[in-house]
Design a protein around this ligand. Sequence first.
Ligand SMILES: NC(=O)c1ccc[n+]([C@@H]2O[C@H](COP(=O)([O-])OP(=O)(O)OC[C@H]3O[C@@H](n4cnc5c(N)ncnc54)[C@H](O)[C@@H]3O)[C@@H](O)[C@H]2O)c1
Length: 378
Amino acid sequence: MAKALNLGMIGYGFMGRAHTNGYKRVADFFPDIPFKPVLKAACARDAEKIKAFADQWGYESIETDWRKLLERKDIDAVDICVPNNLHKEISIAAAKAGKMILCEKPLAMNVAEGEEMCQAVEKAKVANTVWYNYRRIPAVTFAKKLIDEGRLGRIFHYRANFLQDWTISAELPQGGAGLWRLDAAAAGSGVTGDLLAHCIDTALWLNGGIADVSAMTEVFVKERKHALTGKTEKVTIDDACSFLCHFQNGSLGLFESTRYARGHKALYTFEINGEKGSLKWDLHDLHRLEIFEYSNEGATRGWKSVHITDGDHPYMGKWWVPGLAIGYEHSFVHQVADFLYSLGSGEPCHPTFRDALETQKVCDAVISSAKDHSWKKV
Ligand SMILES: NC(=O)c1ccc[n+]([C@@H]2O[C@H](COP(=O)([O-])OP(=O)(O)OC[C@H]3O[C@@H](n4cnc5c(N)ncnc54)[C@H](O)[C@@H]3O)[C@@H](O)[C@H]2O)c1
């Protein structure tokens, strides 16, 4: 019989909804989880809006101040789904209050903040995880398995892109609800912390540590009206970022992210080339993994596109029948399930805060390299 795990959700936006969907569905599809999420409380500043969210998604109560939520004895775990500049303060207070923490990415605004957060959760010995959810898309999890089995052999190249086009208009304001990503005071950085952080987390997981980076960033629209002050202000986030890197295993990395790639909405792709084979993945076709194996050389050689929907593929045995695809939202169900299994086993649920700090280190090195046009060690 699963024990109750009382959750407090902070934020009701995009991720507030994606995570809540995960909590609501997990017990139906992962009936062997040792803990069952209970939607105890939802928290945001606007009482009317958070009440509407709580009623729609099934939370039992609301709070309008996250400090009040942390004081509550009936909350076991908090989920931080608010802009990046709030992650540190809430996480450290939550750790001190003895709450388990599921925090959105990027972990923090910078490495110094992230280090403080790691120390706080480690001192308090509270379970923690960071929502780098792409690890838990079955095709990506399967890529990890193939690499760990040595199926690619020595890795030579790792290439990743995350392309969007939603900030091309110079009329788009910065700051405030929905547009905090354009305001460095709330986001920390632009595409580096928002999009490349995902590519970096996946890369570190699949291909190991990054030794050094050489980056360039660009701000295409230099000034935007600030939604909160009404004034036209300098844009201080990075609109686009590309970087080269050396991985610790000797392979070379090439990463690109932008919100100015007309026609692309969320094109996250990666390709890995090894001595014995290559892998390719594309978020727009997320249930497929493209695989090339050199051992198959012969007249029928070529890339194969494997539909990662069979019972022996990661997580897929829990869903429908072989051949039927699942989607983006299921990566959050998987992360909830793995977090709950980890509470049962006492093992950490990766990526932990400490794991996510490694991604933060690469992001900081990238921003620093772009500033003075030089290679930076991570
Ligand atoms: N894992 C992913 O793929 C992914 C995707 C999108 C966003 N994110 C991350 O999730 C976090 C939230 O992003 P989002 O897209 O859900 O943003 P959003 O703008 O949709 O929602 C932000 C929420 O934070 C709330 N909020 C702001 N200040 C608050 C405060 N002081 N107290 C309580 N609530 C407050 C807002 O009311 C809103 O509900 C960010 O850190 C972002 O980087 C991760």
